[in-house]
Design a protein around this ligand. Structure first.
Ligand code: NDP
Ligand code: OXD
Length: 314
């Protein structure tokens, strides 16, 4: 049995080190050095080129090396085998760190304070609302969203969430489905997107959605934080909303096209914080351990621990 790693855009060295430490006995191949394709039973992938998974007659399962699988969905040559993904405390914890950091940055108006610092201004007139007066809304109440809402709630924010199917989470106002979207936005000062990219979520965060965010809050205006997927947002609409006041500020970790073009005006916007899709990086040792355990379980039970529903697309 051989395991094939296929990824683009990542440095393979830390992964090779993790495999050497955790599974020195395994037959592991590194794309494009596939060897005999008949040997490959498991493919561990991150943004594999279309077609790279073809012609492996003994392939049993494909596993994303991250939480998302959207990059596989438009590959017409995707083999019809079970597809898994990563759910791991390491990944969840990192995402929650990012969400809490950026919610607090917007809540505490740090962009404005840094601007004042650059100018040598003692900005004492800036009114600082308490967390209990600020409404945070989290789009996506899955593995990552549900951890984030819990931590945000413990900081004292008024927290709501939005998902496809209805949820009940103590202390969190839960909205669901298309009919819940507008009321969810209407009560939100700081919006956090932790959703997958699917045909339903494509372009969802557009001018019409930003216009629905609350305008009666204690902050200078709504903030948008996206650590889900870039194709959920319409970047020209983010810029227009920042200009017309529908948005006051934004933190963006993901983009319509990655890496973000050096020409994008988002880089230079004074109220936008850009991070390079590193809200929650897949940590080689934690993820390799997780995937090896999933393979062992699959060998015993024929089922993937964190299987993806291909019909839903996440
Ligand atoms: P989950 O599959 O556990 O959760 C997804 C959530 O989104 C669910 O609550 C789901 O609703 C909701 N959702 C999906 N489609 C819709 C829709 N059409 N309308 C309303 N809600 C919807 O995923 P994770 O929490 O593990 O991860 C979320 C995403 O975060 C990943 O898909 C990935 O894109 C992104 N990510 C980004 C990283 C980064 O570094 N920037 C790192 C890791 C992940 P329901 O509960 O009803 O199914
Ligand atoms: C993921 C990601 O999906 O890093 O895990 O974006």
């Amino acid at each position: 049995m051989a395991i094939l790693f296929i990824f683009t855009g990542w440095d393979p060295e830390p992964w090779k080190k993790a495999v050497a430490k955790l599974a020195p006995e395994r037959d592991v191949r590194w794309w494009p050095e596939v060897g005999d394709p008949k040997d490959i039973e498991y493919a561990l992938v991150w943004k594999p080129p279309h077609g790279a998974l073809q012609n492996m007659p003994n392939l049993k399962a494909i596993m994303s090396m991250g939480a998302g699988v959207d990059f596989l969905m438009d590959d017409p040559t995707l083999p019809n085998v079970p597809l898994g993904r990563i759910i791991d405390p390491n990944l969840t914890m990192r995402m929650t760190e990012y969400v809490v950091l950026h919610v607090l940055l917007h809540h505490r108006q740090q962009i404005e304070l840094l601007e004042a610092q650059r100018k040598g201004v003692w900005h004492k007139s800036l009114i600082q609302p308490a967390a209990c007066d600020v409404r945070v809304g989290v789009m996506g109440l899955g593995v990552l969203g549900s951890d984030a809402v819990e931590k945000l709630r413990s900081l004292g924010f008024q927290v709501a969430g939005w998902s496809r199917s209805p949820k009940q989470i103590e202390g969190v106002e839960c909205f669901a489905g298309p009919e819940g979207f507008k009321p969810f936005l209407n009560r939100t000062d700081i919006l956090v997107c932790l959703m997958p990219h699917t045909p339903e979520t494509h372009g969802l965060m557009n001018a019409a959605a930003f216009r629905e965010l609350a305008r009666d809050g204690h902050l200078k205006g709504p903030a948008f934080i996206n650590a889900g997927r870039g194709k959920i947002q319409v970047e020209k609409d983010i810029l227009a909303a920042l200009d017309n006041g529908d948005l006051y500020s934004a933190s963006l970790d993901v983009f319509e096209e990655e890496p973000l073009s050096p020409d994008s005006p988002l880089w230079r916007h004074p109220r936008v914080i850009i991070t390079p899709h590193n809200a929650s990086d897949s940590e080689p040792e934690a993820v390799t351990k997780n995937i090896l355990a999933q393979i062992d379980t699959f060998e015993r039970t024929g089922k993937l621990t964190h299987a993806v529903d291909l019909k839903r697309g996440y």
